[in-house]
Design a protein around this ligand. Structure first.
Ligand SMILES: Cc1cc2nc3c(=O)[nH]c(=O)nc-3n(C[C@H](O)[C@H](O)[C@H](O)COP(=O)(O)OP(=O)(O)OC[C@H]3O[C@@H](n4cnc5c(N)ncnc54)[C@H](O)[C@@H]3O)c2cc1C
Length: 178
């Protein structure tokens, strides 16, 4: 049995780990287009605020961890862009080398999560406008603050992520931004 999982954050890695606990013999492979896996989204606003000081606290596991603990192969920087359910194949692009290849599955888990909604507001794609969805987004925000020392910030969205971000920009290690 070959199980392929697309996406390696909360849903993908927990599905793969559970599949391993159910069956010691399956081949289990995860493709993840990003560089970070199984990270703590919850801590990202607190890294921006400075309460979490080390990025590694948010990304404690890497592909080696999953290989050693669960015998799961995780391929980061690999995007799945096509799927043929009749042949049970996926088409994958290695984003580092641009190589494109097919892989075969017996069972497929799609754990591709969500993306930030970017409302159609003029100027939204400028370099000082950010979404906060993953570790790379977080590093773009802290990198911008480090380099540009902005004096103020506006948050669109007052759900829990917006409020946590507001709390953290208020006590921000870089000054009170919100
Ligand atoms: C700032 C922030 C704070 C949060 N705080 C909390 C909290 O305090 N408590 C809580 O319970 N939850 C919190 N969450 C929510 C939590 O992070 C998400 O519920 C969780 O990440 C969802 O995991 P997921 O695996 O379903 O999807 P995602 O995290 O979206 O992961 C999906 C992965 O699939 C990959 N992918 C997508 N398409 C492809 C493709 N075609 N090929 C290969 N890979 C692909 C993506 O790159 C992504 O890495 C927070 C989220 C954010 C952004």
């Amino acid at each position: 049995m070959r199980i392929i999982v697309i996406g390696a954050v909360a849903a993908g890695t927990s599905a793969a780990a559970k599949a391993r606990r159910n069956d010691e013999d399956s081949e289990i492979v995860i493709y993840e287009r990003d560089q970070d896996i199984s990270y703590s989204g919850c801590g990202m606003p607190y890294y921006i605020g400075g309460e979490v000081e080390d990025k590694e606290e948010l990304t404690p596991r890497d592909p080696e961890f999953f290989k050693k603990k669960y015998n799961i192969d995780i391929h980061i920087s690999h995007e799945v862009f096509d799927l043929d359910t009749s042949k049970k194949t996926i088409t994958v692009k290695n984003l580092s080398s641009n190589e494109i290849f097919e892989d075969h599955y017996d069972r497929l888990v799609i754990a591709t999560g969500a993306v930030s909604v970017m409302p159609p507001i003029e100027g939204i794609h400028q370099k000082h406008v950010f979404a906060l969805r993953n570790i790379q987004d977080m590093l773009k925000i802290t990198g911008f603050i480090d380099s540009n020392k902005p004096k103020s910030a506006i948050i669109i969205g007052s759900g829990f992520i917006g409020l946590e971000l507001c709390e953290n920009l208020k006590r921000c290690r870089y000054g009170n931004l919100c």
